[in-house]
Design a binder for this molecule. Sequence first.
Ligand SMILES: [Zn+2]
Length: 454
Amino acid sequence: MSKAMHAKPFRLTGPYTARHARPESPRSKLIRAVSLGLACVCLLLTATVYPASAATNSTSMASLQTKLDKLSQSINQHKKELSDAKKKESAAKALESELKERVTVLQDQISVLGGQIAAVQNSIGEKEQQIGVMQTQITDKQTQIEQKQNEIDAQWDDFKKHMAAMQELRDGGSVAMLSAVNDLYELLTFNEVMQDISIKDTEIMNNMKSAKQGLEDDKAALEEQKAGLEAEKAELQSQKSELDSQNAQMKGKQSELNNSISAAKLSAAEAQAAQQKAQAAIESDELNYEAVKKEIQKLIAAASASKPQLSFSGFACPLKSYSRISSEYGWRKNPVSGVNKLHAGIDFAAAGGTPIYAAASGYVQVAGWSTGGYGNYVIIYHGKMSDGNTYSTLYAHMRSVATSAGKYVKQGELIGYVGTTGNSTGNHLHLEVWKGGSKANAVNPRSCIPIPHN
Ligand SMILES: [Zn+2]
């Protein structure tokens, strides 16, 4: 320990010093009473001037911090909305493309079916044509049959006349006949002629009847063929109506799918709109966040500028209890690298979770994670001391921070807990004291903070 490090620090009137004062003499009791009275007057005076503005500052600082927290929550909320909307959009697009694939398959099936329907329709047309031809033939046959019937009817009239003549010849008409006939030979000959005529008539009649029967048979055969064609046509029509019904079903399905595609598209568009809205909200919140941060920085800067607000009489030890000082402030050689380096603070070995208190009142400049090896750490700006210099204190390797940037803390107020975060090998508090607000002017904490040597 160098002589300089043992040099008496400037006046310290913090609670630590008071607690550890020697038993008081009556004279010192009197001095204490007087100074206590004076202190009260001073407190009343300062309370009307500085703490008022300090309080206003700390109130607006607190409300800004609340704003900042709310904006941070809002940003997170909108980021979640954004991510949900993105998921929704991609799900809707996946559904849309799946539905489109199904429509394509369905369209192929509909097209095949359309081909089948056209083929059946074509066959039906052919059958109808054949039936038409058949019908013409049947009509022709019918005409021929009617002609034959007319011929038969005409022949039948002749036959009846001839038969009547024969009848007359046989029933007593012979007397009258005899008068017309010259001899028996003539009579017999006439009779034979009449009989010949009768036989001829019968032959002709029979031929005509058989011709008519032939026509009737032809017609019946045609009718049968036509009935066959009609049956085939009916079968084709039933096939066609089955195909038509399948086609209608598929078209119904296709229209359903198209509706679903429209719904999926709408859903994707809605999700896109929600993303844009969330994105806009995030951007606006982030702008506000930056603005509020700037306001906080301004307040801190203003607090730094108006130093009289921060009047304090001295530091107190930030730990109420600790096991030992594990490392003092000073230059030392790194045992591994051999490089000479300043240990810019004092290390208090203490149980993890031991409360850490502000060594003096001031504004919290930093409260959070350090990327430089301090772990969770806090810097408090204290303003001007009785020696005329401004001071800041730094508390490193905290398990957790219990204050926030911009907050005004009083001496002895809880700011965090001992831990071993950052570049640390065990639970301890690394404490630095900066003169003039810069680490470059880190002084030995023992020069201003009452720390027992142990
Ligand atoms: Zn250290």
